[in-house]
Design a protein around this ligand. Sequence first.
Ligand code: PLP
Ligand code: MN
Length: 334
Amino acid sequence: MTTVHDLTTPALLVDVDALDANLADMAAALPGPRLRPHVKAHKTTALAARQAAIGHAGFTCATVREVEGMAAAGLGEDLLLANEVLDARRLGVLDARVTLAIDSEETLRAAVDGGVREVLVDVNVGLPRCGIAPSRAGWLADRARAAGLTVRGVMGYEGHLMMLDDVAERGRLTQECMERLLAAHADVGGEIVSGGGTGTYALNTWVTEVQAGSYALMDTAYTAAGIPFRQALTVLGTVISVTAPAGETPGWAVADVGLKALGMDHGNPAVPGAQVWFCSDEHLTFAPDAPVAVGDRVRVVPAHVDPTMALHERVHPVRGDEVLDTWAVDLRGW
Ligand code: PLP
Ligand code: MN
């Protein structure tokens, strides 16, 4: 039996029972095609296959590489690239159903030139990022149809609302955003209204499919926002230094899980039973509640799951201390 003590650290662990509970809870809330899981959160086809096995056949991707990897893994039944690209040539050649978001004549041209046949019109619903103005969406859909593309509908991502503390306010503003998206949809047509994420999955009742991704693995930022899924992802580290001899409570201890092993844009990670002080490149300095010794293992909970996954080549599904398998984080890179 391989245990976590056999792993070289830092090592990414996923608690499979917590993962499967998250997948089951979400599938109960949003069964089958009501959820189009976003793979950017985990970048791991082995994990996407688990989502497909419980009924979610369509997936959301953020990069061309993610679409390619999903197609190569046989998970290409219905892939949405929910992002703008100016070079779609790697998409048109795939053995998969690929739908591409467009928000301009340039991205529409890229879809045509790349051999992509189906698109969604990406609508700006309030997040200052991608998406065409709602009033212009019908015009772009007409242009796309004139160019021979199938327009499957609209998408609009209310990403600025995901972590609003006040849940009632999060719901009210989600409605405002989705009214903009539905107004655009009336002009665009098509069957799909795609949007939402882990922060609004239970609030956004206007879309036909929710693009949530982080729910599967979770992080401390979404837990702080009151999202009820379990923290399945940790980074296993080793205590490499303490400030006091064994047996005395140290002032602080240091583990080998630095910011090169963690997505830090949502703040410091958490270490259960300890106060985290700070991270540097290869170090995590923390004050443990109970004494720790050099060589002890710690499990560090990331504040942001997506960039954490993108830093690691592999993730180990575990049950307790037992390492069950090794999954490649095979959708990394560009
Ligand atoms: N849809 C799009 C276009 C996104 O960019 C994201 C995340 O940033 C999501 C959906 C939802 O992701 P999550 O469930 O991780 O919040
Ligand atoms: Mn994220």
